[in-house]
Design a protein around this ligand. Structure first.
Ligand code: FEO
Length: 387
């Protein structure tokens, strides 16, 4: 695949991995992107996952037309991008690795060497000339590891953005960008909003035509759309109107309350209600939706004098990603000593700028007239019916 006259795609699609990073389901696979820049000197940008060494080396040979690469630019040391550094360095004994000091320290950990005679250490603001293409490195610590560099090619006006602007899904699966990019971004880097915003502020001053991430499609059009979404996600602001209902039910009574609430919200004209059964649905999707919409309803059984373990895990993951700036409502169920609402509220108490709904729904075993009325009141509070 040609990105510009001088920049070629070298990446691979992975349909073998079921759980990315051992935790994120990737039913549509995932792409590990790598690029070549052809100039007086040639550079390869990052490697790919360990299972695709042969395919990737073949892509290099084809793209470089049997020229040897002069540089391997390592932007990120997570293994999905760095696993083939050793193989590359054996294959191309004259190549030099260009990367950050912390990346070389990690290379020693992963490969037993930091290539002292074949390396060029760079930091934020440093440049590398390939001839016509001048590359400027942009430090992007914690987007998503501390060693990360992004790279700007001022000739083709390309930002090689490391993990940023990536998504789940192989390139041969042409699914919409937003859904899987949001799940990827919030899941992987949600904790590091301020660091992402800092890099976005740097990037906004660049003359940009193309973004080349390490996962997902190369972005060539309407770049402001992607930049604006990143700014919303990582400043922890909601993206669109709607309500998330995340529930953990045992015998269906708590689920029934969640479904009644969803029906009432939609009846009142709420534009989107995202329902997640936390025991069965992919938690990363429920997390991404909590970052997408401004209102979140948590509905849980009381369990062992606390809450459902699935709800506990969900709230823990929200906390881990600095969940904030949202309205949160609670539904609890308990047959003899309901404690779920108190437990859920306590688990979220360190989150910033949470507005708690006035209405709290308490179910005693099963919905009755009283708790149904509470559900209707909660629906009216979250999405008042138009007059
Ligand atoms: Fe795609 Fe942080 O690695």
């Amino acid at each position: 695949m040609e990105i510009t006259n001088d920049v070629k795609y070298l990446g691979v699609d992975d349909f073998q991995t079921d759980l990315f990073e051992g935790q994120y389901a990737v039913p549509n696979g995932i792409a590990y992107n790598s690029y070549a820049i052809l100039d007086q000197k040639t550079a390869v940008m990052d490697t790919v996952d360990t299972h695709f060494s042969g395919e990737w080396l073949e892509h290099i040979r084809a793209a470089l037309d049997d020229r040897d690469p002069d540089y391997l630019i390592v932007q990120h040391m997570e293994q999905d991008h760095s696993a083939n550094i050793g193989i590359f360095m054996e294959q191309y004994p004259n190549a030099v690795i260009v990367s950050s000091a912390p990346a070389f320290a990690m290379m020693k950990q992963f490969f037993g060497t930091d290539y002292p005679d074949r390396r060029r250490m760079v930091k934020d603001g440093d440049t590398l000339s390939l001839g016509s293409h001048c590359l400027t490195f942009i430090g992007a610590p914690m987007v998503h590891w501390p060693e990360v560099l992004m790279t700007y090619d001022s000739l083709d006006r390309i930002l090689f953005s490391a993990d940023a602007f990536g998504k789940f899904g192989a390139l041969s699966v042409n699914d919409p960008w937003e859904e899987e990019a949001r799940r990827y971004a919030i899941g992987i880097v949600g904790k590091y909003g301020p660091q992402v915003i800092k890099v976005l502020n740097r990037v906004s001053s660049l003359d940009l035509q193309i973004i080349c991430p390490l996962h997902g499609p190369v972005l060539k059009e309407n770049l402001d759309h992607y930049l604006n979404l990143y700014r919303l996600w990582f400043s922890y602001q909601p993206e669109s109107e709607g309500v998330v209902i995340a529930y953990a039910s045992a015998y269906g009574n708590t689920r029934e309350a969640a479904e009644l609430l969803a029906f009432e919200l939609l009846s009142r004209g709420c534009p989107a209600v995202a329902m997640h059964d936390l025991a069965r649905n992919d938690l990363s999707r429920a997390i991404a939706d909590a970052f997408r919409y401004p209102k979140l309803v948590l509905a849980s059984i009381t369990y062992n004098a606390g809450i459902s373990p699935f709800m506990a895990e969900y709230i823990s993951r929200l906390n881990e990603r600095c969940f904030q700036n949202r309205t949160v409502a609670l539904i609890e169920n308990g047959s003899w000593a309901p404690t779920a609402a108190k437990t859920m509220k306590g688990m979220l108490e360190s989150c910033k700028n949470i507005i708690w709904a006035d209405t709290m729904v308490q179910i005693r075993s099963a919905l009755n007239e009283n708790s149904r009325t509470q559900v209707l009141s909660l629906a009216e509070e979250l999405w008042p019916a138009a007059d």
